[in-house]
Design a protein around this ligand. Structure first.
Ligand code: HEC
Ligand code: HEC
Length: 319
């Protein structure tokens, strides 16, 4: 049914609309700012490497991520309305990143590093969204995960979250300075260094008592080094400049270059950061408690009882 609107009301409506829209102008000017900021944060958060098939359109998803539970395929996070996240509201985006919850209310799998991203501030999450929505939409269907039962059940993630998920945001430590807090924020929330550098228990949760101590079973089954300041097994002998240089160029003080997953972290992420931010991350690493853990021992070299013991500790460890 068509309801005719009297002309006067029409004008009033028009005026109201005009007033409602006017404050949007300064917001628009601000939004180009948040796009630039968002791009920087996307670099710091390493969104490119997981959400891009190497050599294909950035952020359109489809990259295979192998885990002990099966292979996950990252989704399309370009603003395509049908196959990407073009219909998402701000609240959907913030909730996905910070709580690991999908717009339909079900849970994400923690292969999407929301357990780290929960530390991201709402403001930064929205800047990230502003940047993603400034990109050209790419029409590319998501590929279903190939994960074995029962790990494929999303509702089981509710239990996982109760056991292992601590909601953010990152809380700055009032006893330290702004640079140290910035380093902690970049390393733990956005940069999610611990998602690769911290060993996981049998349910795939990172072990808080072994933060950054390295693991033999990293992404693609590669070993990931210990980056705590332990002198013998970690990076205790590296200077802050050494670490900052690795994050900038990939070069290590051992006259080599980082390979594999870390090469991508540097190329897509940390090489785009400011010197000050790289130094803040390096300072953060140097300020951690050293943990002795060698990841260069080949597991085959260990006697069977040591391997069994390591496996058992991992199975039962919820810390
Ligand atoms: C370690 C790999 C990895 C990184 C890094 C990563 N993601 Fe993801 N992301 C995933 C996977 C895998 C999923 C799908 C999880 C699922 O299906 O439960 C996902 C899901 C998402 C979703 C939900 C999309 C949808 O259609 O439901 C958004 C949004 C997202 N990621 C944004 C980001 C942003 C922004 C960043 C960087 C700050 C980022 N991701 C970094 C792997 C990653
Ligand atoms: C996607 C997984 C992944 C993420 C995320 C990641 N790293 Fe790495 N990192 C690795 C791997 C794998 C290596 C070993 C590279 C090699 O074999 O050359 C490595 C190596 C390093 C090294 C060199 C250590 C050594 O002993 O040679 C440093 C330093 C480092 N990472 C710091 C970081 C920091 C800081 C972050 C967070 C900003 C981070 N990494 C995030 C996987 C990752």
């Amino acid at each position: 049914m068509f309801i005719p609107i009297p002309e006067r009301i029409h004008h009033v409506l028009g005026l109201a609309l005009f007033i409602a829209c006017t404050p949007a102008w300064p917001a628009l000017a601000q939004s180009s700012d948040s796009v630039t900021r968002g791009e920087y944060l996307v670099r710091a958060g390493e969104c490119f490497s997981c959400h891009t098939v190497p050599g294909s359109t950035p952020l359109a998803g489809g990259r295979a991520l192998a885990t002990p539970f099966g292979t996950f395929y990252s989704p399309n996070i370009t603003p395509d309305r049908e196959t990407g996240i073009g219909n998402w509201r701000d609240a959907d985006f913030v909730r996905a990143l910070r709580k690991g919850v999908r717009p339909d209310g079900s849970n994400y799998f923690p292969v999407f590093p929301y357990p780290s991203f929960t530390g991201i501030s709402n403001e930064d999450a929205l800047a990230i969204k502003a940047y993603l929505f400034s990109l050209a939409p790419v029409h590319q269907q998501n590929r279903p995960h190939e994960v074995s039962f029962p790990f494929s059940l999303r509702f089981l993630q509710t239990g996982w979250k109760m056991l292992f998920f601590t909601k953010g945001p990152f809380r700055p430590d009032p006893h330290t300075d702004a640079a140290a807090n910035r380093g902690a924020y970049l390393a733990t929330a956005l940069g999610h260094c611990g998602e690769c550098h911290t060993p996981r228990n049998v349910l795939g949760a990172t072990r808080k008592s072994r933060r950054l101590a390295g693991t033999l079973d990293g992404p693609d089954d590669d070993p990931v080094p210990n980056i705590t300041p332990d002198a013998a097994t970690g990076i205790g002998n590296w200077s802050i400049d050494d670490i900052a240089e690795t994050l900038k160029s990939g070069a290590t003080p051992l006259d080599s270059k980082v390979k594999g997953a870390m090469q991508e972290v540097v190329a897509d992420g940390t090489s785009h950061l400011t010197d000050a931010d790289r130094e803040a991350i390096a300072r953060y690493l140097k300020a951690q408690v050293p943990i002795a853990n060698s990841v260069t021992d080949e597991p085959e070299d260990l006697p069977w009882y040591k391997r069994l013991w390591a496996w058992l500790v991992n199975v039962v460890s919820f810390t």
